[in-house]
Ligand binder design. Structure first.
Ligand code: NAD
Length: 293
């Protein structure tokens, strides 16, 4: 099976590499020359345009920053929906608005193509290890067709419902993650200001009722966890600008459905100020930095 992979960044690069390791023939495209070189070093084929990458593909997987990039790839006169044969399976793994995913899925259906939204959780470590969780929205037959590909990149595949349902689940999860990261950072900063060792406090909370995923795998305090982005200057990982995007998607969904999300709104405001202060490219655990000062 031949796969085109569009977007070989922090997440897409290792995901595409895992498809190669699983024996799929994968041709990748990215606007960044560095991303292309890294994928080629992992045994992938690379193309110098989207058109060349998708030529002859049985499936297209996209892993792009935001909804505008995804809509730009698939929709419009030169979009993929206008050019691909109807047998091509389309899988978008980017985190975008559920409404945006539904728009692309409806346009795909009109063109006779199958499109699923399949955003992921698990971070760059999960992408590299092939242990991502996929939250999928789309028809039963499209999801069944995508399963072997998703299984090569992740260990959990949840079919959340119709088109857009995967994105909705992802937005709820990431709103909670943003709240948990900000809350964990705040608790650590308070403890350290009052004389506690951040590693000792982390250990105590990870074994007490404050326990959560951030404390277990992604500690925001530098030096507490050797493999966490905090211990390498907040490089790599999940950029604060992307967390801000996801918290914005949660707020938009809350407004549309008249849901109350007071903590999500607070977290969005914290990340908005953080990004405005020039921290957008740093991992989202860097939210601890202003709290420490
Ligand atoms: P990234 O910025 O590292 O990668 C995105 C890549 O897309 C970049 O290499 C960029 O050059 C490329 N790109 C942009 N426009 C393009 C286009 N038109 N054609 C081809 N390539 C294009 O971001 P990432 O961290 O890999 O995140 C990708 C998506 O995954 C986002 O929607 C993000 O919210 C989501 N996500 C990220 C994480 C994480 O931990 N990083 C976790 C879960 C989900």
């Amino acid at each position: 099976m031949h796969i085109a992979f569009i977007g070989l960044g922090n997440m897409g690069g290792p995901m595409a590499a895992n498809l190669v390791s699983a024996g799929f023939s994968v041709c990748g495209f990215d606007l960044s020359a560095t991303a292309l070189q890294q994928f080629a070093a992992h045994g992938g084929m690379v193309a110098d345009s989207v058109g060349r990458a998708v030529h002859g593909a049985d499936a297209v997987i996209s892993m792009l920053p935001a909804g505008r990039h995804v809509e730009g790839l698939y929709l419009g006169a030169d979009g993929l929906l206008a050019t691909l044969p109807q047998t091509t399976l389309l899988i978008d793994c980017s985190t975008i608005a559920a409404q945006s995913a539904r728009t692309v899925a409806a346009a795909a259906a009109q063109a006779g193509l199958r499109f699923i939204d399949a955003p992921v959780s698990g971070g760059t470590a999960g992408a590299a290890a092939g242990t991502l969780t996929f939250m999928v929205g789309g028809s039963d037959d499209a999801v069944a067709a995508a399963r072997p590909l998703l299984a090569a990149m992740g260990k959990n595949i949840f079919h959340a419902g119709a088109s857009g349902a995967g994105q909705m689940a992802k937005v709820c999860n990431n709103m909670l993650l943003g709240i948990l990261m900000a809350g964990t950072a705040e608790a650590l900063a308070l403890g350290v200001k009052n004389g506690l060792d951040p590693a000792v406090l982390s250990d105590i909370m990870a074994n007490s009722s404050g326990r959560n995923w951030v404390l277990e795998t992604y500690n925001p305090w530098p030096g507490v966890m050797a493999l966490a982005p905090a211990s390498r200057g907040y490089s790599g990982g999940f950029m604060s600008a992307l967390m801000l995007k996801d918290l914005g998607l949660a707020e938009e969904a809350a407004l549309q459905s008249q849901a109350a999300t007071p903590l999500g709104a607070l977290a969005r405001n914290l990340y908005q100020a953080h990004v405005a202060a020039g921290m957008g490219q740093l991992d989202f655990s860097s939210i601890v930095t202003p709290l420490r000062q």
